[in-house]
Design a protein around this ligand. Structure first.
Ligand code: DCP
Ligand code: MG
Length: 429
């Protein structure tokens, strides 16, 4: 195979000045809650939190109106995924225990989590952005970085027009608002997108760093976690500006060569990381926390069907993303919160729900199931893209195979529909 390498012009080899960049960070506003409000528009303007299960689904009254579940009626051990800005005003935020939230906002409405719907909206808003600016780095369900540098005329107005266009396109595709930061790099854009949330558009240049970035709490910087910010605070460094004012040698002495140097650079708003438009996932997984703890024997039927459903969803995820997996694993959380994982390697890659379920069932046999379960998860690891599996010898050529991809079948038969998972006798029962 011949590889053509673009020769680098001589003048670029020495004294290279990086070309100017404009990077956007886009983050959806109160994402899960906002998706739910599309379904229940009458809840707009009210404190609403997302974190319930099936039993918190609104019920239809005889007159056709909906009766919503109020936080004050909640008992259980769940945590909130997010809350509307109206609920945040009452002190209720992501990751807060639902019972605790009920004390702060008893009248707030609780809605169940619907990940499939959030994933659907995630795909929609990302596709809308890619239509306008294709250099997109996926950072999770509700945020992306976009390299705008190649867009003609983008530097003329520091990204204002494209920023507005992106917000408009996201709204047109989803009915949702987002907040965007546009700056010369990822670190500053991530900070900027939060400055005017919700529905913000914040443009910063390096000249704005002293006034807009230095007053921020150190922990706002992506990369300064709770531990580091605690240590910084113990030295009296609370804001980004405090770190910027610190002697870099002192930072290195107390935080190590690499992290200390990074702290200095970050506090001055310097970051050369590229927008990475493609990355291979390491694994894909699905998991669910039960409404009540389930026992492998007493709740066998219910567990069995949840288990099958997870495997079917996982197989669907693999198919949609174009991957096959060679290592299938399970994750269990017991009623004492202990987590157990098991995995096994298959003889060949698969994206077949039945093969996944059989393998996951084998993993399950290696676990003591005496205690009741809170959570069950299935994971597909050792992923290979279908393109790799179909034609490994041509994997580096930019052509798409014309024949539909065929994944090598594992040596185990796959036609046996009876799946001996929770249906089998277990030695520990
Ligand atoms: N999420 C979650 N658990 C958390 C944090 C977030 O399940 N501890 C989910 C729910 C959020 C989504 O991820 O809607 C996106 O997370 P964000 O941190 O971006 O929060 P929001 O989009 O909800 O609000 P914001 O407007 O502050 O971005
Ligand atoms: Mg968000």
């Amino acid at each position: 195979m011949l590889l053509y390498v673009q020769p680098v012009p001589q003048s670029d080899c020495h004294h290279r000045v990086p070309p100017p960049r404009l990077i956007a960070h886009l983050d959806m506003d109160a994402f899960y809650a906002s998706v739910e409000l599309l379904r229940y528009p009458e809840l707009r303007g009210l404190p609403v939190v997302i974190g319930g299960g099936r039993r918190h689904q609104p019920v239809q009254r005889s007159d056709g109106t909906l009766e919503y579940f109020r936080l004050r009626d909640y008992t259980g051990r769940g945590v909130l995924t997010t809350s509307t800005y109206e609920a945040r005003a009452l002190g209720v935020f992501s990751a807060m225990g639902t019972m605790k939230a009920a004390l702060l906002a008893p009248d707030a409405i609780l809605l169940p989590v619907d990940f499939d719907e959030y994933r659907r909206y995630s795909r929609l808003f990302k596709a809308a952005v890619r239509e306008i600016a294709p250099q997109v780095e996926d950072r999770g369900i509700d945020e992306i970085y976009v390299d705008l540098s190649e867009i003609p005329g983008v530097f003329d107005d520091a990204g204002t027009a494209i920023g507005r266009q992106l917000k408009g396109a996201v709204h047109a595709a989803t009915g949702l608002t987002c907040s965007i930061g546009i700056t010369p790099n990822k670190l500053l854009s991530k900070l900027a997108s939060e400055l005017d949330k919700p529905n913000g558009l914040t443009l910063l240049s390096v000249d704005d760093i002293p006034t807009r970035i230095w007053p921020l709490a150190a922990r706002k910087v992506n990369g300064i976690g709770p531990k580091a910010s605690e240590k910084l605070a113990s030295f009296g460094l609370h804001t980004v500006g405090d770190i910027a004012a610190a002697d870099p040698a002192w930072l290195v002495e107390h935080f190590g060569r690499s992290y200390g140097a990074w702290l200095h650079e970050a506090s001055h708003g310097r970051d050369e990381r590229e927008v990475v438009t493609f990355s291979e996932p390491k694994s894909i997984s699905r998991e669910t926390t039960f409404d009540r703890d389930l026992h492998a024997k007493r709740d066998r039927a219910e567990l069995g069907s949840i288990f099958t459903e997870l495997c079917v969803q996982l197989a669907g995820d693999l198919t949609r993303k174009g991957y096959a997996s060679k290592t299938i694993g399970i994750k269990l959380r017991f009623d004492d919160f202990k987590i157990v994982t098991r995995d096994l390697t298959l003889p060949a890659h698969t994206m077949d729900a039945k093969v996944i379920r059989r393998a996951a069932g084998e993993c399950l046999k290696r676990v003591d199931l005496a205690r009741r379960l809170r959570l069950l998860g299935v994971r597909a690891g050792a992923l290979a893209s279908l393109a790799e599996l179909v034609a490994p010898q041509t994997a580096y050529e930019p052509t798409v195979p014309s024949a539909p991809p065929r994944v090598r079948e594992p040596t185990q038969p796959t036609h046996n529909a009876s799946l001996p998972l929770f249906d089998s006798e277990h030695p520990h029962e």
